[in-house]
Design a protein around this ligand. Structure first.
Ligand SMILES: [Zn+2]
Length: 251
């Protein structure tokens, strides 16, 4: 059996200003963003890419996202159960980056190792002030990864994590952002994290081939990461596009 990717819902942020999703574009519209984590099955053990969001009350209080909604059926244990995944069977978790909406709930996976780019772990411990909330490095919260720090493994650069599953650095959104390239019987897919928020980012417009997110740390890196993705000969799976959940299974 080949590898298969399943997108698992973790709530929505509705009505995000267009310039927050596509830099310097779409000032006159808003986008809905889906929060997601992904399971890769069909290998030796279950692999997760990202681990989802924390509970809505915490998100509203700590992050100020008044429009964040996570229905009860999107609670991570319920989502995993509905997909037939026992968290104890998850052996590897790869983090695209350490923003709160990608790396909450690590304690739900008692037998997993957690893989993150070294630059990302370092930055999460001491981000620039404007990103402290995004990493929960504040007086009233702490980075979720701290609760499992003893099981974290850092990597540097492009690394094949398991057969058919390769971490590819895609910096720009954050210093240590990475995508996860997955070889399936139906082709090669890239879980792009927040290097590609929605399909609009990858499709670009009349003036640029691809549009960065409004949230970034380095635009030169961001555009270099787009070139990296072009070289991968893969289908891109955006990190926050609700249409990914409609398709749900890849591979
Ligand atoms: Zn992010």
């Amino acid at each position: 059996m080949g590898l298969k990717i399943t997108a698992l819902p973790q709530g929505y942020v509705r009505g995000v200003p267009g310039t927050g999703v596509t830099l310097q574009r779409n000032a006159d519209r808003t986008f809905d963003l889906a929060m997601m984590m992904f399971a890769i099955t069909g290998g030796d053990h279950v692999v997760m890419v990202d681990t989802g969001t924390s509970d809505p009350a915490f998100v509203r209080e700590q992050h100020g996202y008044a429009k964040f909604e996570r229905p009860a059926e999107h609670e991570p244990l319920r989502v995993l159960a509905a997909a037939g995944i026992d968290p104890a069977d998850v052996g590897t978790i790869i983090y695209t980056h350490l923003h709160w909406d990608h790396c909450s709930n690590p304690e739900l996976f008692p037998n997993a190792r957690f893989i993150v780019q070294r630059d990302e772990l370092a930055f999460a411990m001491d981000p620039v002030p404007i990103f402290r909330k995004a990493y929960q490095r504040t007086a009233t919260a702490q980075p979720p990864i701290l609760s499992v720090l003893g099981r974290v493994e850092t990597i540097t650069g492009r690394v094949e994590i398991l057969p058919g599953i390769t971490a590819v650095p895609l910096p720009g959104h954050t210093p240590g952002s990475q995508g996860v390239l997955v070889e399936t019987d139906a082709g090669r897919f890239l879980l792009a994290g927040d290097c590609i928020d929605r399909y609009e980012n990858w499709e670009g417009d009349a003036t640029v081939d691809h549009l960065p997110s409004g949230s970034f740390i380095n635009l030169i890196d961001f555009f270099d990461s787009f070139k990296t993705i072009e070289s991968l000969d893969c289908e891109v799976i955006p990190g926050h596009d609700p249409r990914v959940l409609e398709r749900r299974v890849f591979g």
